[in-house]
Design a protein around this ligand. Sequence first.
Ligand SMILES: Cc1ncc(C[n+]2csc(CCOP(=O)(O)OP(=O)(O)O)c2C)c(N)n1
Ligand code: SF4
Ligand SMILES: [Mg+2]
Length: 250
Amino acid sequence: MSKLYERPKSILPTASSYCPGCLHATATKIIAEAIDELKVREKAVYVLPVGCSTQGLVSWDLDIIGSAHGRAPAVATGIKRCRPDCLVFCYQGDGDLASIGLAEILSCANRGENITVIFANNSIFGMTGGQMAPTTLLGQKATTAVDGRNLLGTGYPLKMCELIKELDAPRFVTRCTLRTPAGIKQAKAAIIKGFKNQLENKGFSFIELLTNCPTTWHCDPVKSLEFMEKQTEKYFECKTFVDKEERFGE
Ligand SMILES: Cc1ncc(C[n+]2csc(CCOP(=O)(O)OP(=O)(O)O)c2C)c(N)n1
Ligand code: SF4
Ligand SMILES: [Mg+2]
């Protein structure tokens, strides 16, 4: 009997340690499938951030290097410049990328580094128990915003694609949702494109994935998808912001 689905080679046959219904698992799966389909596992280097995605350490079967909180794009820059033959990518959460690591991602994007950054935006600090992130939606509850995020005092949720698209150097900037099968398909195609851009020396690609955190949102996985549809996707528009023909400086 033919197999319906084969586990990607860059994923070990271990149980996932993500919470049930967490879309980090879906992101992991499509990134691994993209690496397999491009046949680049042997030269892939994953720069691990700080956040729940570190739980992927038990399942990835790739070269991985850890980085300090928010510094993954800086570490990825160093690796890529020393080993331009490698496929270097970051997979960072919103606390990591848009809060403590805001300077690193903007500088890296502004330099047009030839790397691929995948950004998992679940609008919360998941790993540390649900503190407000720069991306937390107005009115969304967090342990540090018990009545919901308030505009006065905390400002608007940061839109990272919209910030990065204003820079001249980035080659590809897009936002997709992992809420639906169609969104997952688009996200995988965007990841493949981001990887191909790097392999063809085309410069910096930024792929934002809208995700969830049922545990710190205090709801079941189905309700978390409803929240994404009614709240997250209304504020964070899913579209391609930049898709340039030429690399900056060419
Ligand atoms: C320098 C430093 N400050 C704070 C922390 C605590 N910390 C660990 S994960 C995290 C936030 C992660 O949130 P996010 O990047 O959104 O990832 P998620 O868990 O939501 O996927 C923080 C603040 C740390 N590990 N190191
Ligand atoms: S705490 Fe949230 S982001 Fe972390 S694994 Fe659980 S559901 Fe996923
Ligand atoms: Mg987060």
